[in-house]
Design a protein around this ligand. Structure first.
Ligand SMILES: O=P(O)(O)O[C@H]1[C@H](O)[C@@H](O)[C@H](O)[C@@H](O)[C@@H]1O
Ligand SMILES: [Mg+2]
Length: 283
């Protein structure tokens, strides 16, 4: 099978590893914490610096203007968040920023790549675990170059389900989030977990450590890379209402099978979120 984006894929792995080393180094010194949408939506100088390193390296390697970029911290500063047909890098420089600030050991660099709005490959580097997850469309999924595969568990009562509570602390949303978690827990499932980073959660689905991850409120940069990794590991992605996966919708279910996905979807109490491509952009 032809491999038109091989060079971009291989370079993305290199850049993710370099970014991860920067995050580990920064974690050993004073971390300056700031906030974005609310007091618990944290960002640090490391997030911003690492995103600049990633995007700068990609522009240097592939030229200015040939590719588009959607980066979490660039969007936070008002850059557009619109997926066009052009080759587009979808980047979360530090997924698990709150974990990074607290020294909780799950922090990932997430780099997805889409062409004609189709995800071509994804790289997630869990840098404190030194686990490099990667996948190209049609070519399988790997962790540290070993093939990975989703779990074969079909009985929801023998599953672990991962989700996150996000940063929105409004009572109506928190109630729906925890009511959903309570219903799933009491199916009962073996357990509920959350690593604190969507990208890592998706890789845990892909390597069979858990059966499903769902969340309402994530962004395209949290899940673009993980989406390719889950699919190439034999999993699937859906909207939380059971419809087709929509990268920009800020909600999704990733699972090892449709059986598990559908059982989870039955319990999810959906609440509205503003789409990534409807975010107010810099004038
Ligand atoms: O750590 P970031 O990149 O901000 O992304 C996380 C987000 O902040 C949390 O609210 C979500 O629950 C996680 O799934 C994201 O990974
Ligand atoms: Mg982030």
């Amino acid at each position: 099978m032809e491999d038109p984006w091989k060079r971009e894929f291989e370079f993305a792995v290199e850049v993710a590893r370099k970014a991860g080393a920067e995050i580990r180094k920064a974690g050993e010194s004073e971390i300056r914490v700031m906030t974005k949408s609310c007091t618990v939506d944290l960002v640090t100088k490391t997030d911003e610096r690492v995103e600049k390193i990633i995007i700068g390296s990609l522009k240097e390697e592939f030229g200015e203007g040939t590719h588009c970029f959607i980066g979490e911290e660039s969007v936070a500063k008002g850059e557009a968040c619109v997926l066009t047909d052009k080759p587009t890098w979808i980047i979360d420089p530090v997924d698990g920023t709150t974990n990074f600030v607290h020294g909780f050991p799950f922090v990932a660099v997430s780099i997805g790549f889409a062409v004609n709005k189709e995800l071509e490959f994804g790289v997630v580097y869990s840098c404190l675990e030194d686990k490099m997850y990667k996948a190209q469309k049609g070519k399988g999924a790997f962790c540290n170059d070993e093939p990975i595969q989703v779990s074969d568990v079909q009985d929801i009562k023998k599953s672990i389900i991962i989700s996150e509570h996000g940063v929105d602390r409004s009572p109506e949303k928190v109630t729906k989030i925890f009511s959903t978690m309570q219903k799933i827990l009491c199916i009962p499932v073996h357990g509920l977990r959350g690593s604190g980073t969507a990208a890592t959660n998706m890789c845990l689905v892909a390597c069979g450590a858990v059966e499903a991850f769902f969340e309402i409120g994530i962004h395209c940069w949290d899940i673009a890379a993980g989406a390719v990794i889950v699919k190439e590991a034999g999993g699937l992605l859906l909207d939380v209402n059971g419809g087709p996966f929509d990268l920009m919708s800020r909600r999704m279910v990733s699972a090892n099978s449709d059986t598990i996905a559908q059982r989870i979807i039955k319990e999810i109490e959906i609440f509205p979120v503003v789409r990534d491509d409807a975010l107010v952009q810099k004038k």
